[in-house]
Design a protein. Sequence first.
Length: 135
Amino acid sequence: MSSIEKVSAGAPVRKTFGGIEMLRQATVQMATVNPAPYSVNKVNRHTVFTFDAGREIYELIDPEGQRWVMQTWSQIFDPALDLTDLPGLAGRLDLPVGWRYQPRVPTSPLRVDTTTCSAHVIQDELANSYSLQTG
């Protein structure tokens, strides 16, 4: 993504773990304790993710035509995975029936606004994360 805007959702919550102070930025309601790929998790994060026009994005499209935009790629299962691999990632994914993966270059900024609702986030089998596009 190109930028993130964070909207305050009340007083900041700070905790210290192992001597490191942390600030809670989001809470996650997971589909299960160990969600399978393509399971929807709800994330309360009060943010707007913006993907600039003219920059390639990577999307999953589900059978209902909903678009899920890649917010992060992961090197957990493939430490060598990098940005140059993402356009051809479809051949490495075991997508559910009716789903497809595609790169796309938006002609206007794409905003995923979850300031007033929970984000819906899924991961593929390589632990890349995608947010349901809103608005």
